[in-house]
Write a protein that binds this ligand. Sequence first.
Ligand code: G6P
Length: 613
Amino acid sequence: MCGIIGYLGNKDAYPILMKGLHRLEYRGYDSAGIALLQSDKINIYKCQGKVCELEKYCEDKNLSGITGIAHTRWATHGEPNDVNAHPHFSSDGRTALIHNGIIENYQALKTELINRGYVFQSDTDTEVLIHLIEDIKKVGNNELPEAVRLALSQVVGTYAIIVMSVDDPNTLVVARKGSPLIIGFGQNEYYIASDGSALVEYTDKVVYLKNEEMAVLTKGDDIRIKTIKNKNRPHYIEKLEMTLSELEKGGYEHFMLKEIFEQPRSVADSMRGRLNSVKEIVALGGIVEYEEHLLRARRIIIVACGTSYHAGLVAEYMFEDLIRIPVEVEYASEFRYRNPIIYSDDVVIAISQSGETADTLAAIELARQKGATVLGICNVVGSSIARATHAGSYTHAGPEIGVASTKAFTAQVTVLTLMALCMAKRKGKISKTRYATIINELESIPRKIKTILDSNDLMKEIAAYMKQFNNALYLGRNYNYPVALEGALKLKEISYIHAEGYPAAEMKHGPIALIDEDMPVVVIATTNGTYDKVVSNIQEVKTRKGKIISIVTQGDTDVRNLSDYVIEIPETEEMLVPLLATVPLQLLAYHVAVMRGRNVDQPRNLAKSVTVE
Ligand code: G6P
């Protein structure tokens, strides 16, 4: 939610900031703005809408300046309009600030500042912060860094901020709590951003600022890091693991399509070095030291949001099946606020593509406070969740830019499968033959995904049919139930068609009332233990004139005869079906959204990295 970027150096700041905004736009696209330091003035250009609107707005402006900050917004406080767009500036116009996060006590601070004579232009929580800094600077005659530090120590909430001032033209002050912030080092220059995608073409030397740390970046000087409580901190320069080509569409019309088609590679990458089918070895280096905790765990609790939650549901079925440890899967947002029972011998697994989801981070903190071991499954290297957990495994899916998650899901399920296999073997809960079969099958998944992607034209044809409806139901049982949830989520978030995922057998307890000739029902009906039951559910839909789109195992005839449209997927182990069956549903949602003229990569109201509650 919200992307921030800053530059301090010797080059023209505007092109760097503008390119960075485009890269960070997946984090929010309600408005965008840039502030440039020009001689002894800060000029701010900002407007409602996407980054390309700002670019147009800036066309005839003076955009010189070698220091600047820029912001792309996902609105929380104050509607998306020009005034609420960032950067925000001090009353005297000499200091400007951009912010990602939420100032929770902004109302109390605002009242106090209004009483002290400050006039507010916007409805945002952020504007409080800039006036607070201004006030502390003036009243205590403080330098900018100290004023920022003192202001932040009064703030309740989350933030990643960059502050610049005419009074200190060679310095940017940055700080973070909750929201991410990365600092890149160039030739006598600093690049700051919410994530590495905005810096990757300039430098691979970075520092990930830690929670409640601030940094003072001065041209020609060494970086100075301290905590908000005023303790000096050392800094460690790390290598940014990202390439430019990963951030480009590579000939595809949308990032989402590219990412769907990347899955044979991304699933293989998430297994690379961890699975050896010849030697029958499964190893997850990142959690080796915590394997004993997993083996001894009284219970496994999985916390996640959105698509990652659905990967967690697949894991629940798999872990209970293979390891025989009770598993609970919870939306992180519910878990953190419902006073859950957490034992010190529980293992909590947090799943997150971005590694920045605020609710998941809070759930991790809670679990750690209660003494549980917390493992993370993240895609973004160096992210907050990766750092907040005791240990974890990266999914290695590569940057995911489309807001609707696709390849991250299949990579998460792959890593969770490896984890389940590894533990099942160590616990002696799996026969040698079953273990070998699953390993072999897992290795063949990338190839099988490739064959599914070959049915892209069929998915287009089905999408042309689906696009006319305003509702859709997705049904599945057992391992296919989370697939139904994920299929429905994909359709609703990018096409804006109302879609619900349901366990097939639950249909008769409510959703069946919705079925008529205008209700397409997508059923995942692969051959497994509940196949016959699902066939009966399909018949119940047919009787009520519902339209059936089915996903079946290659060679199926029974379901085919009952369906209006059929998608075949290769046969595999039941627990691995989600890795295959999700793919055509991603394609279906994608094509429906394109045909409905939606902005596939940036659906309305959504953001990829949800750093607010
Ligand atoms: C947002 C995204 C979803 C994602 C969810 C959880 O809602 O739009 O695609 O699944 O956040 O994000 P995470 O990064 O924690 O997996």
